[in-house]
Design a protein around this ligand. Structure first.
Ligand SMILES: *Cc1c(COP(=O)(O)O)cnc(C)c1O
Length: 459
């Protein structure tokens, strides 16, 4: 190879062209993919190439093959599942993370990015009002963050009864009780399954899906032994946050570890207007959240926060003799399930650097304002009932009966002007709106409401 040759330039230039074109067109494009999953699979099927192809040609081909099957998550009228958009600074930072290709598992391998991730972690604790000195691990998403935090919880609650789970495993050990709100996210159960903790015990919730602290206290009193309680900040159907103060007090009165799944709802704590909803949050022992949802950084970015670093590092650390060697500035590898990993904390740093404290509050408040506007707009459509108190980014509505809700939902999705999820909540089929993208504008809200009105009039 010629030393002067720009090896990466042609492919990166093509990637830039495709990326800019995709993003620039997002506002006006139909939201759903042009191809169905089956069509997409047929269109891209190909045998393994027998030999090499130039990188820029590969990138052009990739864009051509993938684009018909892309959902426009970047659209301000995409309200499906709970999927954030992305902003310029974190997206560009994510490109640099790939170009630098650092392995940030150990400080000595990549001191600059590791230090910047520490800064991002400190900023997050400050912003969300979590205890300073907590360990922050940058993981792939909230599922992995739930796993990471619950592994620390498992260590601590078993150690408290004299059982070293890292050394002895679970077999033959004391049973660990796990109590959850009846409307916890499925990923909480998934993480418990990975950890060998089985299916959790559901506790009654109110009409917004919030755990009932009195029922939690009664459930705790009805059993004994090592116990983990998983609370929730941000119910996917109502956006509601569990009553933290009462629930944390009930759990701690029984010596339980309190974990909070706040994949998207933890960010209410970053808004002075919304923070009262999360009062008492800081009293928990661990918190899981996503940066790739409410904060609007690119995908592959979850955050695990554990107040006491010791159980986390015992659970995730690589040094068997860790306890003898506890260091303040642990290597990142001590705080996450991964060993080698990309510097996924840098897009978080870039997002927080670009927005600042006031910018994050405005981002979150803006999502909530748009959710309220959508709820108001939908409530004006004949036959629509808004089922939740719109306290955050989520809106769940139903039509006269399940059959009609399903037909309107199908019609909305076929129309393509907007995308919302069909779901099931409190024994009813619902049309669910999640406002998670900073790109959403007032005009997007109007167009989305008009699309639902059109669908309702047509079926
Ligand atoms: C999305 C979500 C999760 C899972 O997060 P991933 O980033 O998909 O792993 C967990 N809990 C809640 C409440 C969520 O909304």
């Amino acid at each position: 190879m010629d030393a002067d040759e720009d090896v990466f330039g042609p492919a990166l230039a093509r990637a830039t062209v495709h990326a800019q074109r995709w993003l620039a067109g997002a506002g006006d494009r139909r939201v759903p993919p042009r191809s169905s999953p089956a069509e997409a699979a047929r269109a891209v099927a190909a045998p393994l190439p027998e030999g090499p192809t130039p990188a820029d040609v590969v990138i052009d081909e990739l864009a051509a093959l993938a684009e018909p099957g892309l959902m426009t998550f970047a659209s301000g009228r995409f309200f499906g599942w709970v999927v954030g958009g992305t902003q310029p600074a974190p997206l560009a930072a994510d490109w640099l993370v790939s170009a630098w290709d650092q392995n940030v598992g150990m400080r000595a391998m990549s001191p600059g990015p590791a230090a910047l991730e520490d800064v991002a972690g400190g900023w997050l604790l400050d912003l969300l009002g979590l205890p300073s000195g907590s360990d922050v691990g940058f993981v792939t998403g909230a599922t992995s963050a739930n796993l990471t935090c619950q592994a620390a919880a498992r260590d601590r609650v078993l150690r408290a009864v004299g059982w070293d789970v890292e050394e002895r495993g679970l077999a033959g050990g004391p049973h660990v009780r796990v109590l959850v709100g009846a409307e916890r996210h499925v990923s909480v159960d998934l993480a418990l399954r990975y950890l060998g903790l089985g299916v959790p015990e559901p506790v009654a919730v109110d009409d917004q899906g919030r755990i009932d602290p009195v029922a939690l206290g009664a459930a705790l009193a009805a059993g004994e032994g090592p116990t983990i309680v998983c609370l929730q900040a941000g119910n996917i159907h109502s956006g509601a946050c569990d009553p933290m103060t009462g629930a944390v007090a009930a759990a701690h009165a029984h010596g339980a570890w309190v974990h909070v799944d706040g994949a998207f709802g933890l960010w209410a704590a970053a808004s002075p207007a919304l923070a009262p909803m999360t009062a008492g949050l800081a009293g928990a022992d661990s918190w899981a959240t996503d940066a790739h949802k409410t904060l609007n950084v690119p995908y592959d970015c979850g955050i695990a926060v554990v107040a006491d670093p010791q159980p986390l590092r015992r659970a995730m650390g690589v040094h068997a003799a860790y306890l003898a060697d506890f260091q303040e500035a642990a290597d990142p590898v001590e705080k996450t399930p991964e060993m080698s990993r990309r510097a996924r904390g840098l897009p978080v740093w870039a997002a927080l650097r670009a927005l600042g404290r006031s910018g994050v509050a405005e981002l979150v408040d803006g999502l909530v304002a748009h959710a309220r506007a959508i709820a108001d707009g939908l409530a004006g459509i004949e036959g629509v009932q808004v089922l939740n108190d719109v306290v955050f980014t989520q809106v769940s509505v139903a039509f006269e009966d399940d059959e009609r809700t399903r037909r309107v939902t199908a019609r909305v999705l076929a129309d393509g002007e907007t995308w919302m999820s069909g779901s099931h909540w409190r024994d009813r089929d619902v049309l669910r709106v999640s406002v998670s993208n900073a790109a959403t504008t007032d005009a997007d809200v109007e167009r989305a409401v008009a699309a639902v009105r059109r669908a309702a009039e047509a079926v």
